[in-house]
Write a protein that binds this ligand. Structure first.
Ligand SMILES: NC(=O)c1ccc[n+]([C@@H]2O[C@H](COP(=O)([O-])OP(=O)(O)OC[C@H]3O[C@@H](n4cnc5c(N)ncnc54)[C@H](OP(=O)(O)O)[C@@H]3O)[C@@H](O)[C@H]2O)c1
Length: 284
């Protein structure tokens, strides 16, 4: 059986390949379908087949998916361009006779008011319309969205946001990746709402960082416009900062919380505790 993973040189994609191999797939059964093959020399050295697959160059996709039985489409990161990009991937997968298509979507894509959701929902609709048996991996928030920026929080003693007391059922990328690998290997179709077992508020996260480091860190809740401005000051483009600030407002209203336990069921173990993710980030 040949399993292909797009975006395989990204953070999640690399972890999916690690998890496929850890769960018993032979490297030779895996195709890393990547935008830039030069970034995948390490994967090739492990025996993984590397092929070019650029969402913006549909002519690369037919050869990339030839002979592929199961495909993971990892959503691209060019917000605003993804419906066309993903539709090209789905069309090429259909033409190549791919028998199972998994897609990294967003938690409750069909009802989420988060600004990132419509592109995911449109992709889900295109997958359904293709007739390819599918699995929708509706990933919640990565905990790394927070733990990746702890340096600034420690420097300033504050964690900023507009999420209020909203609970976030974030999980590690590695847990989402392992779940994706499990679904690819099982071939079980369905809609999977995936989130961490231990939701936390931003204030709780700040308290955990303070507890582990001994450095006083507190959560400061800001109006969305002020949080957007802070993100712009930190270097984010205005529109993306606005999208993130608006996402925080939706978090406040519970839209990235979840108590379904589907992620841990797929993993066959509890999800990685937030405290462990914080500790791992502090080691780096
Ligand atoms: N759940 C969350 O909290 C969360 C947070 C951030 C993002 N996401 C979504 O989850 C996806 C995976 O997360 P990640 O952390 O792995 O992101 P990432 O490290 O930015 O990886 C994105 C991958 O998409 C690839 N890509 C971008 N444009 C492409 C194109 N035109 N053709 C082919 N490949 C292309 C990138 O290729 P290169 O390696 O060549 O750059 C990269 O491998 C993201 O792309 C985004 O859709 C989710």
């Amino acid at each position: 059986m040949t399993i292909a993973v797009t975006g395989a040189t990204g953070h999640l994609g690399r972890l999916v390949i690690d998890a496929l191999i850890a769960r018993g797939a032979a490297p030779g059964e895996i195709v890393a379908a990547v935008r830039d093959t030069a970034k995948a020399t390490d994967l090739a050295a492990r025996g993984v087949t590397v092929r070019e697959a650029d969402y913006d160059r549909p002519q690369t996709l037919a050869a990339a998916f030839a002979g592929v039985d199961r495909l993971l489409l990892i959503s691209g990161n060019a917000v605003g361009q993804r419906i066309a990009q993903h539709t090209a991937v789905i069309g090429a997968a259909k033409a190549a006779g791919v028998g199972f298509l998994a897609y990294t979507s967003i938690l409750r894509a069909d009802s989420s008011p988060i600004g990132l959701a419509p592109e995911h929902l449109a992709t889900e609709e295109a997958i359904k319309a293709s007739g390819i048996p599918f699995a929708l991996l509706r990933n919640g928030w990565y905990i790394e969205n927070y733990t990746g920026a702890l340096g600034a929080a420690l420097e300033h003693g504050v964690l900023l946001g507009s999420a209020g007391q909203g609970r976030i059922a974030a999980a590690t990328r590695a847990d989402f990746a392992e779940a994706a690998a499990a679904v690819l290997l099982s071939g079980e179709t369905g809609v999977y709402e995936l989130a961490g077992d231990q939701p936390f508020t931003m204030a709780e996260l700040a308290a955990e960082v303070a507890r582990q480091t001994g450095v006083p860190v507190e959560y400061r809740d800001l109006p969305a416009a002020d949080y957007q401005a802070a993100l712009v000051t930190a270097g984010l483009p205005e529109a993306f900062a606005g999208l993130l600030a608006d996402t925080d407002v939706k978090i406040r209203d519970g839209h990235l919380d979840d108590a379904g336990g589907t992620l841990s069921r797929l993993l066959g173990r509890p999800t990685t505790p937030p405290a462990e993710a914080v500790a791992a980030a502090l080691k780096n």
